[in-house]
Design a protein around this ligand. Structure first.
Ligand code: ATP
Length: 299
């Protein structure tokens, strides 16, 4: 049986290390080294779950091009099932990832095939989505695809509303665990400001009407878990940050992994914090995601 079905994006990441992130209109010269890596929030979360030992199937789209072939092969090599990765009449999605030595990043994404995917494309895979123990979905695919996937789900639904975009009420009502960062939570609730205060974040989270907890990721500050009754802050694992790209994706996959084992939301968030901390200590996104044994060794 499939543990986790991921409905989401697949991108080729072109990673460019820079001494500092450029301001608008500025050019910053990096070293000669840049590299190509598998990416996209969907693909990252699929690989993260697979490296934790889960049976994972990916639903998404790549271009009918060499990059699409390469990316699908990359996922297959990680043990992710790719029969529902469709070939689009658009190029494979691309992300230009600018990273600094102290772990800051700025990302520009060209969606390509990811936004070609329509809810109609999901029809043959409704049964796959229904029977999986968990659905992991993000917002680098269209809102109609997100809504269709969530409506088809028969198991645990984890929505990572990234990048920030409003989500319809019916979809939110079917979400078991919502995992936004601060900015995404503000965007979801229409808040004009991004609150830093835990009580304000919790009030926004509760206003959304999800049927389960909201776990707000706070970068190096850890995560805020919000239930109907209470909210509590879990500190991040102190690590030497190298590159925080993919930390959120790792967090979501690890959270789902622990919840499938029957963990409480508190224990699941603590596990996600441990797994994401390892990702932060390594360069890249997908490449940085640890296997379960590497997390256990890291402590
Ligand atoms: P991205 O979209 O770049 O993956 P995000 O904004 O969705 O990021 P973050 O909140 O930055 O996600 O990070 C997710 C989790 O990763 C945090 O809740 C935290 O547990 C861990 N994390 C992120 N940055 C650090 C850090 N510098 N040190 C330790 N843990 C970190």
């Amino acid at each position: 049986m499939t543990d986790i079905v991921v409905v989401g994006s697949l991108n080729v990441d072109v990673v460019v290390p820079l001494p500092e992130l450029p301001a608008a209109g500025q050019t910053v010269l990096g070293s000669a080294d840049h590299w190509r890596a598998g990416g996209g929030k969907g693909a990252n979360q699929a690989v993260a779950a697979a490296r934790l030992g889960r049976q994972v199937a990916m639903v998404g789209a790549v271009g009918d091009d060499a990059e699409g072939e390469w990316l699908t092969g990359l996922l297959a090599a990680e043990g992710v099932r790719t029969e529902a990765v469709l070939r689009a009449t658009r190029p494979t999605g691309q992300a230009i990832v600018l990273v600094t030595a102290d772990g800051d990043s700025t990302i520009a994404v060209s969606s390509g095939a990811n936004m070609w995917l329509s809810s109609a494309h999901l029809t043959p895979y409704r049964e796959l989505i229904r029977t999986a123990r968990a659905l992991l979905v993000q917002q680098e695919v269209s809102a109609e695809v997100v809504a269709e996937a969530v409506a088809a789900a028969g198991g645990l639904v984890v929505l990572n509303p990234a990048p920030a975009r409003p989500v319809d009420v019916a979809t939110l009502a079917r979400v078991d665990v919502l995992v936004p960062n601060r900015g995404e939570l503000a965007a979801l609730t229409g808040s004009p400001t991004v609150p830093g205060d835990a009580d304000q974040l919790a009030a926004l989270a509760r206003s959304l009407g999800t049927r389960g907890p909201v776990v707000v990721t706070l970068g190096a500050d850890g995560a805020l878990v919000v239930t109907d009754e209470r909210q509590w802050l879990l500190p991040a694992q102190p690590v030497e940050a190298v590159d925080a790209t993919g930390a959120g994706d790792t967090f979501c996959a690890a959270l789902a992994d622990a919840l499938l084992d029957g963990a409480s939301i508190d224990d699941a968030a603590r596990w996600a914090i441990r797994v994401a901390a390892v990702t932060v200590t390594r360069p890249g996104a997908m490449a940085a995601v640890p296997r379960r044994d590497e997390v256990l060794i890291a402590g």
